[in-house]
Design a protein around this ligand. Structure first.
Ligand SMILES: Cc1cc2nc3c(=O)[nH]c(=O)nc-3n(C[C@H](O)[C@H](O)[C@H](O)COP(=O)(O)OP(=O)(O)OC[C@H]3O[C@@H](n4cnc5c(N)ncnc54)[C@H](O)[C@@H]3O)c2cc1C
Length: 522
């Protein structure tokens, strides 16, 4: 279904605004379908696209900036993609023009908006040099950084090098990862969370208590239920924050991780329907204009925005297939080579899949699956051992898993993800889901041996154990080679150990795979 199609000479001009994770994946997937597509990419960050989800690893010093690069300039040039550095400033939908901030205009037949999201900045006094209405970049007081980009990461590292104490604002996933990255580098850190507990959107109060204790043990002081009233400045630089209870925390580095907001301004100004994001249909086309698509963090699909790599990449794939169909139809080429619309049912299901979040913070094992809040007719099974930093919970409704929290022990995360994804009925002994005891159909502790072939190992790319085994069979012998063939572990990176485990198991169990093609499971 994904064989390639050639376009005739007058190819439709496809312009992508945003050279991030969704924009690049869209280009890759589209070129897989239409290798001679006429593609222009406009990006307001320097260089090629990189893996934003792995920035916390760069901040911690456990990954190098070049190791998270997804495409260098040569990649674009080799594929005939025109890479334009600049900011998309306006869209004239009648004349099908995109205007850039520097005055350049680009004509398009199809426009793809992959604009990502912007950092939400708290309206704290003293945070802005020129008042909160000024553009966020450059308007923050020196010493304060909102963490979104590689440039932000470099700036935080530079400031951290000379900092005696850092404050991170925002106790969500990113705030926690950032605080832990800084403490991992030996900085003293206070994490200030306005809500009553850490990761309040994902965790219940008991889980948050255990997490707070673990974070403290790793050098992160947590102040939950505290808002910043004022950012203090000394000599024109951040010198600390004053909390709403009057307490002052001295700091020469302030990192803002206060949430994100899909970028919709460009679309809204062009008269495209926007809500929380740019409103799109099931093919990721704007509901206002079928020549404009929106994908990734900036898109609102079926009332939801996502803010996660897995959804962004599924959306890129669905949109690439839709654009390929549109481009081919426009050229009046009879083609059965691009996927038909019925293929999207599976992709839409994947986009709507319950979120799986795994924290990237050294020394903190945490996975949150689906909705773990409970309530209503849900059965809740919990195991809590705060002294060991362990809290586990599964939420079951109508005999099916709807959510789980695994903190301090995530060994059953793969099995639970699979049960959640497939809506499989659960074993009678539900404690086995947490403890890893064997109970009939479920061998709850994840193991390369017991996981079935259809278990999704890489959530970001939807790669199953069977696909990894098939790559092995086809000659991939280590994690990097498996990644190159399947894309496993190229998203947030938290499945790298699981992929490595499968590769190790294959190497031990099947030392001569060319001669024994038997290990690809169903
Ligand atoms: C530090 C950090 C850690 C994260 N960790 C995870 C994680 O562990 N797991 C996970 O699933 N997700 C994670 N995310 C979220 C994930 O990175 C996003 O969901 C993903 O990047 C979305 O891809 P995107 O292309 O929509 O947006 P982006 O990757 O943000 O790309 C958008 C690009 O468009 C550019 N742009 C915006 N407006 C314009 C314009 N007008 N003109 C030109 N260019 C423009 C932006 O500068 C940016 O380069 C993390 C995000 C951050 C910041």
């Amino acid at each position: 279904m994904t064989a390639q199609t050639a376009l005739p000479p007058s190819r439709p001009k496809i312009v992508i605004v945003g050279n991030g994770m969704a924009g690049l994946r869209f280009a890759q997937d589209l070129l897989g379908l239409l290798p001679d597509a006429d593609l222009t990419m406009v990006g307001d960050e320097p260089g090629g696209a990189y893996n934003r989800a792995q920035l916390p690893l760069v901040l911690a010093g456990t990954a190098r900036p070049d190791s998270i690069e997804l495409a260098d300039r040569g990649w674009y040039a080799a594929r005939g993609i025109q890479l334009v550095g600049g900011t998309g400033a306006w869209i004239d939908r009648t004349r099908q023009l995109l205007g850039l901030a520097d005055g350049t205009t680009l004509r398009y037949d199809i426009l793809v908006l992959a604009l990502g999201s912007a950092a939400v900045l708290p309206p704290a006094e003293g945070l802005f040099v020129a008042g909160p209405s000024a553009s966020p970049s450059g308007a923050l007081a020196p010493g304060a950084v909102a963490f979104r980009t590689l440039a932000d990461c470099t700036r935080i590292q530079a400031l951290a090098a000379g900092a005696s104490h850092a404050v991170v604002l925002g106790g969500g996933v990113l705030g926690l990862e950032t605080a832990r990255s800084l403490s991992y580098r030996g900085r003293s850190v206070t994490l200030v969370q306005r809500g009553p507990r850490l990761m309040e959107r994902q965790l219940d109060a008991d889980a948050a208590r255990v997490l707070t204790r673990t974070a403290r043990g790793l050098g992160v002081t947590v102040r939950a239920g505290a808002a910043v009233r004022r950012v203090l400045n000394k000599g024109g630089r951040v010198s600390g924050v004053e909390l709403d209870d009057g307490q002052v925390v001295r700091a020469d580095l302030l990192v803002l991780c206060c949430g994100t907001r899909p970028r919709t301004d460009l679309a809204r100004a062009a008269g495209l329907a926007t809500g929380a994001g740019i409103v799109v249909d099931d093919q990721l086309r704007s509901v206002t204009d079928p020549r404009v698509f929106a994908i990734g963090d900036c898109a609102e699909h079926r009332g939801r925005t996502h803010g996660l790599v897995a959804a962004a990449w599924w959306q890129a794939k669905v949109a690439a297939e839709a654009v390929a169909r549109q481009a081919v139809a426009r050229q009046a080429v009879a083609s059965h080579a691009v996927p038909g619309q019925q293929d999207e049912t599976a992709a839409q299901a994947a986009i709507a899949r319950p979120a799986v979040i795994r924290l990237k913070a050294a020394g903190i094992e945490l996975a949150v699956l689906g909705s773990a809040r409970g309530g209503g007719r849900a059965d809740v099974i919990r195991v809590s051992d705060p002294a060991r930093g362990v809290y586990q919970k599964v939420v079951v409704r109508d005999g099916r898993l709807v959510g789980a929290i695994l903190l301090g022990d995530t060994r059953t995360a793969g099995t639970l993800t699979q049960l959640l994804d497939r809506g499989t009925s659960l074993p009678a002994d539900r404690l086995s889901l947490l403890s890893g005891r064997r109970d009939g159909a479920v061998a709850a502790v994840d193991s390369p041996v017991t996981l079935p072939g259809h278990a999704t190992i890489c959530q970001c790319n939807g790669v199953t154990k069977a696909a990894i085994c098939a790559a092995w069979q086809q000659g991939a012998r280590d994690t990097a080679q498996v990644a190159a063939r399947t894309r496993a572990a190229t998203g947030c990176g938290t499945c790298r150990d699981a992929v490595q485990g499968i590769v190790d198991w294959l190497a031990a169990a099947d030392p001569n795979p060319e001669n024994s093609p038997t290990l690809v499971p169903a």
